[in-house]
Design a protein around this ligand. Structure first.
Ligand SMILES: *[C@@H]1O[C@H](CO)[C@@H](O)[C@H](O)[C@H]1NC(C)=O
Ligand SMILES: *[C@@H]1O[C@H](CO)[C@@H](O)[C@H](O)[C@H]1NC(C)=O
Ligand SMILES: *[C@@H]1O[C@H](CO)[C@@H](O)[C@H](O)[C@H]1NC(C)=O
Ligand SMILES: *[C@@H]1O[C@H](CO)[C@@H](O)[C@H](O)[C@H]1NC(C)=O
Ligand SMILES: *[C@@H]1O[C@H](CO)[C@@H](O)[C@H](O)[C@H]1NC(C)=O
Ligand SMILES: *[C@@H]1O[C@H](CO)[C@@H](O)[C@H](O)[C@H]1NC(C)=O
Ligand SMILES: *[C@@H]1O[C@H](CO)[C@@H](O)[C@H](O)[C@H]1NC(C)=O
Ligand SMILES: *[C@@H]1O[C@H](CO)[C@@H](O)[C@H](O)[C@H]1NC(C)=O
Length: 491
């Protein structure tokens, strides 16, 4: 999730009856966009040239919105940074920004009334794309919001610069605005808003919230929106570096949808040379694949439209009924004699034990967290590590993480455990996996590979902190994990 890489790379390469059912099913789309950058991002361009760069990208948005609409999608989400790409300073980004009014104060339809505000061409075009195709559009753009010198926090250039999600209704109405709250450490071109926006919008097919990228890792606005604002969907523009083994985009975003019991519409940038890729529609059903997604890291790939159907939303019952009986496990040895070692995964030092067995019972602890697993499969003598982590995640961004992982060691040596790999030939028929996490925020991830192609599969909840996973359907396991966040310990 570090954005610097992209810059370098670009330069080089150019239910039960207690369940409540809501509304009808609806079709939705996300577009993973191969963004067109300006030729030189170190120059401060005149507005007309900056606009030309954004118009090139908007032309692709218009095509894709039409395609999505033709496929009966009622909403389409575009990625963060999709209009101008990455790698900015406060000054070089300035010509790309527009003043964005507060849609709660005054209703504005930019397509119908383009001259209400100066220099709002991008907003006109987005609004017209929505209206032309009768579809909700969610996009991310830059805002410049003037401030008064009397405001002690007002920057020297007399404007706040915010990374902003904008939402247009199918008649072109501007319906929602969100200023990004959790910025990456190298997003210096943007200001952090004083207060967090809890942005929602209502559609005939359900209530949505919206936030972007790194927001998904923190309590606000994400958790407050979900717990307090009665939303069933999140429109999520993102610029997410695919960080194996635990923070691949499709892996973590699907886990968030599952863990928070929410539909998530995640649109990522497509810059495979810098590992920005992985987009999808994820839902918390617990049946078949939990979502539709696009994952292609080939340098020749060009992004993609993903269109799918969300089923009527099922609100969680007070007692989770999505359980599945797996039958008894054959346990070879109760006591694991393996010595615990330290294994670095996504920068975090896990306490782990090694396993080559095709069935077993594993137990490992770190800090106040203990992880337990029972599993059966065919492991072709590949080496896996079973690990626990209870501490502050510090690589790239800081947040308090608890995690239990069962992970394929890259080249089957203990030293290679935790290094990214896309190769495995093992087969998991069933697994019961749990940890005694300190919070209810638990995100179950199952990343598999099939002929070198990554994928995500079914997960089943058993009860709050324990997950039964049936990955016997297809593919080989790369990492099966439960990430948990203790937001109260972030500081
Ligand atoms: C638009 O720009 C013109 C000329 O630069 C200026 O006179 C006018 O006040 C501006 N209007 C708004 C609404 O900002
Ligand atoms: C909207 O449709 C009109 C008529 O087909 C076309 O002229 C215009 O360019 C379209 N605008 C956008 C932003 O797609
Ligand atoms: C939450 O939203 C659903 C439909 O979106 C509605 O049926 C329900 O009454 C709402 N609940 C509250 C507390 O507003
Ligand atoms: C990825 O994209 C490349 C280039 O378009 C294509 O040849 C390949 O089949 C795609 N891979 C997958 C898994 O879709
Ligand atoms: C990639 O997508 C863009 C935008 O849709 C299109 O103009 C371009 O032709 C595509 N490239 C390839 C190789 O298909
Ligand atoms: C992605 O976009 C860049 C910039 O427009 C272009 O040079 C490149 O060919 C595109 N990739 C593909 C596969 O079309
Ligand atoms: C959930 O089910 C258990 C066992 O059936 C019961 O003891 C408990 O009270 C239930 N909890 C809620 C919140 O309904
Ligand atoms: C988790 O279980 C271990 C071992 O039983 C125990 O020492 C630890 O206190 C538990 N942690 C929590 C948060 O309950």
């Amino acid at each position: 999730m570090n954005m610097k890489l992209a810059v370098v790379c670009f330069l080089l390469f150019g239910a039960s009856n207690t369940l409540v059912h809501s509304l009808d099913s609806f079709r939705a789309a996300v577009y993973e966009h191969n963004v067109t950058f300006p030729a030189d991002r170190t120059k401060i361009l005149p507005r007309e040239e900056a606009l030309q760069v954004m118009e090139n990208n908007l032309a692709v948005y218009a095509q894709q919105a039409k395609l999505a609409s033709d496929m009966e999608a009622r909403i389409i989400v575009f990625p963060e940074y999709g209009l101008y790409g990455l790698g900015w300073t406060r000054q070089t980004l300035a010509p790309y920004l527009e003043y964005i009014p507060d849609p709660n104060v005054e209703m504005w339809n930019p397509c119908n009334k383009p001259s209400v505000y100066n220099s709002t061409e991008v907003q006109h075009m987005l609004s017209c794309i929505a209206k032309n195709n009768s579809v909700y559009i969610v996009a991310n753009m830059g805002a410049r919001q003037p401030c008064k010198i009397s405001d002690p926090k007002c920057p020297v250039d007399h404007q706040y610069q915010y990374s902003t999600n904008v939402v247009y209704g199918p008649n072109g109405d501007f319906v929602a605005r969100y200023f990004k709250f959790n910025l990456y450490s190298d997003e210096k071109q943007f200001d952090k808003p004083e207060r967090v926006d809890l942005t929602t919008f209502d559609t005939p097919f359900g209530r949505f919230g919206t936030f972007s990228s790194l927001d998904i890792m923190y309590h606000d606005p994400a958790i407050t929106l979900i717990q307090k604002m009665n939303i069933t969907n999140i429109a999520y523009p993102t610029a997410w570096v695919d960080e194996l083994p635990l923070l691949s985009a499709i892996e973590f975003h699907s886990a968030f949808a599952e863990g928070m019991h929410i539909n998530l519409l995640a649109a990522n940038l497509h810059l495979p040379c810098a590992a920005y890729h992985g987009s999808g529609l994820y839902w918390p059903t617990g049946t078949s694949i939990d979502g539709l997604y696009y994952y292609n890291d080939s340098l020749e790939s060009n992004g993609s439209l993903v269109v799918g159907t969300f089923s009527p939303f099922i609100f969680p019952a007070s007692n989770d009924t999505r359980t599945k009986a797996l039958g008894a496990f054959s346990v070879k040895s109760e006591a694991i004699s393996n010595k615990a070692v330290k294994v670095k995964i996504n920068g975090d030092l896990f306490t782990a034990i090694m396993s080559r067995d095709s069935y077993g019972k594993l137990h490992v602890c770190q800090g106040s967290l203990c992880c337990d697993a029972l599993f059966e499969g065919d492991f072709s003598s590949e080496l896996f590590a079973f690990g626990a982590f209870d501490g502050m995640h510090t690589e790239g961004d800081r947040y308090y993480l608890q995690a239990c992982v069962f992970i394929k060691c890259a080249n089957n040596t203990p030293e290679s455990c935790g290094s990214p790999t896309k190769v495995s030939s093992s087969y998991m028929s069933k697994m019961s996996f749990s940890g005694n996490f300190t919070t209810e925020f638990v995100f179950p991830e199952v990343l598999i590979t099939e002929n070198g192609v990554l994928g995500i599969v079914t997960k089943y909840w058993l009860y709050q902190n324990s997950v039964i996973i049936d990955v016997g359907l297809y593919g080989s396991p790369l990492s099966i994990s439960i990430l948990s966040r203790d937001y109260s310990r972030d500081n």
